[in-house]
Design a protein around this ligand. Sequence first.
Ligand code: SAM
Ligand code: SF4
Length: 429
Amino acid sequence: MPYQPLAHYMRAGLLWLDALPPLSLYIHLPWCVRKCPYCDFNSHEAGSRIVNFMGHETLGLASPAPTQELAAKQLPAKLENAYIEALLADLHAVLPLIWGRPIHSIFIGGGTPSLFSPEALHQLISQVRSLLPLIPDCEITMEANPGTFEKDRFKAFRAAGVNRLSIGVQSFDDDHLKALGRVHNRAQAIAAVEEAAQCFDTFNLDLMYALPGQTVGSLKQDLAQALAFSPPHLSAYQLTIEPNTFFAKHPPVLPDDDNAYAMLDTIIDQTGAKGLGRYEVSAFAKEGHRCAHNLNYWQFGDYVGLGAGAHGKLSFPNHVVRHVKVRDPLLYMTKAGAGDALAQEDEVARADVPFEYMLGAMRLVEGVGVQEFQARTGLLPAALQAGLDKARAMGLVTTSPERVQPTARGLDFLSDLQALFLPPYKNKH
Ligand SMILES: C[S@@+](CC[C@H](N)C(=O)[O-])C[C@H]1O[C@@H](n2cnc3c(N)ncnc32)[C@H](O)[C@@H]1O
Ligand code: SF4
């Protein structure tokens, strides 16, 4: 599906943005050693399907036993090169829509990007730099899995141009890691975080809580271990059972709501005591270490999505568009090579803009400035009024003439708060 010509976006409309928001770049690398039972991301086991697609000889593999070879810590060079070529072809197709706009942050996510070699990442980042202007000190984050860690690997990612690492630790407890189907253990998690702390000025640890069999006591131990590394940033996600995952079919027994809330309270207290402030519903950071990339999402910024199933959002002076790329990694490679990676393109309806904006903004502990809302959406604050009146009455937000801020209760009941801004035809409240 080709992108619409620019003239399509320039047609007269009611929306008028005086300035376009900051633009970020998301790059999706879709392969993992093994699919985790809770995961609904577009991530795929690097197994025999790839070998059948690329051919044993092309990949330089000894036939037949492909799965074990691909389950090593790195993808075959031929595959990663082919995927990076596809990403760059995808980028070339998007360039006319973003000419002249500087890139404020890059996030290389997955899947397990650390399955790619530092050489491949270097090739990718330098090609992106040659095609797009990056702001000085542009944050370039990469997700890494401790199960793909070996000594000096993170140092090599740093040399390749990555300046922020996000490590999917999930837990330091071997029993929890096993229950989550992770490919790494406690010792590997510790080794990975130690090296990240040495090589990167800023890094993030992902933890999950309310895990099968977890108690507030064992969560405290996990957290103490995480905080012992003095991470500049920590993300803590409550385990959710997503449809179409292994856990949805075989649900584990999880801690009840009271325990899950007690765990979150513990996380907020203990991170705060170590100087990590909660700035988003699941994100905690030291001063100066908030994630610029995610902040841009939450503040209704723009982003280009490259890679299998990647999403994008682009603003034009009178138009906001969302893009989705072809989801299947192998089909994506074929389609992107032909300049045809776009699977879906939708204009954000004006009536949906307040909800879409508040979806991100209400995740932020500091909430949103009324002027920022106006600048990003081209709408008057009155567009939020009905939702704000209800939210205030329910104790979910506080408002002043300048700001709207979720209360602690608003953060606890985030989806109820967000739903108050749905347009009347979608709002069931
Ligand atoms: C996009 S995932 C990828 C990170 C990387 N592949 C890894 O797992 O190590 C980012 C984070 O989302 C969180 N996550 C994924 N699925 C989740 C779920 N069902 N419930 C809660 N958190 C989840 C995990 O903490 C994970 O590290
Ligand atoms: S490693 Fe991360 S992306 Fe891959 S399956 Fe597990 S949670 Fe999903």
